[in-house]
Design a protein around this ligand. Structure first.
Ligand SMILES: Nc1ncnc2c1ncn2[C@@H]1O[C@H](COP(=O)(O)OP(=O)(O)OP(=O)(O)O)[C@@H](O)[C@H]1O
Length: 230
């Protein structure tokens, strides 16, 4: 059966001005990501991992080249359409969790569903279920400041997956976790990958994450220098 990519990068470049010079953060990247891939994007600090995730997730636009999501070129979407696309198709997990401090864990998760148009009641019910799945049923009414780093990262994951996005983009998700919490987080992401077929692209320096990934892609100076699939 023909297996078409869910994400495709064709000749993608991203340049940033740095005084009088130009930094090529991403330099001619060609990449195909397939449904159900579990990818670790690794490479030295400054190699372009965050920039590439931002381009794939439509948080930023390439200087040249094209990113396709389900065969649709992202350059054809307006900023509002990209926001809508992210809301429905992509879950983001950031190193800094990005939780809303005045919301409880439950409200942080339910908020995404409310933005998607779910009623309050449905949003809360679905959010309670997913928080149970990530082992936080007893802590769901706490605010982020009352949770440990690992617990906050679990809330961030619950929020990223509650709407069952096709793709989850995670930028250094274990950076602030100890090895036990990192291992639990990895297990959770793998479980989602296997049970729901969610595609994961995880940027990380963490040897635990690199080892757990089925496909390992190395970036250096904005270029892909190794892809274990190739
Ligand atoms: N908004 C920006 N303006 C200017 N330069 C930028 C910007 N974003 C990234 N860069 C530069 O682009 C290059 C790639 O940065 P990027 O953050 O993608 O790397 P990274 O591999 O994610 O690094 P780290 O592992 O440290 O998070 C770096 O040289 C960085 O300084």
């Amino acid at each position: 059966m023909f297996h078409s990519p869910v994400i495709e990068c064709q000749g993608v470049c991203k340049a940033f001005a740095d005084g009088d010079s130009v930094i090529k953060a991403i330099d001619q990247v060609d990449l195909e990501v397939f449904g159900g891939d579990f990818i670790c994007l690794y490479g030295a600090s400054g190699s372009g991992k965050t920039t590439l995730l931002n381009l794939i997730g439509g948080l930023d636009r390439p200087s040249s080249g094209e990113v396709f999501l389900d065969k649709h070129p992202l350059s054809h979407y307006s900023d509002d359409e990209l926001t809508d696309l992210r809301l429905h198709k992509i879950g983001f997990i950031f190193q800094s969790y990005n939780l809303v401090p005045v919301f409880s864990a439950l409200e942080n998760v339910a908020f995404i569903l409310q933005m998607q148009g779910f009623s309050n009641r449905d949003a809360l019910a679905k959010s309670e279920y997913i928080l149970q799945q990530v082992g936080l049923s007893k802590l769901m009414h706490r605010h982020p400041a009352e949770l440990s780093g690992g617990q906050q990262q679990r809330v961030a994951i619950a929020r990223a997956i509650v709407a069952q996005p096709k793709i989850v983009l995670a930028d250094e998700p274990t950076a602030n976790l100890d090895s036990k919490n990192s291992e639990q987080l990895l297990q959770l992401m793998k479980q989602l990958n296997q049970e729901l077929g969610t595609t994961f692209i995880i940027s990380s320096h963490d040897p635990q994450v690199i080892q757990a990934a089925e496909r390992k892609i190395e970036l250096a100076d904005g270029k892909i220098i190794h892809d274990s699939l190739a």
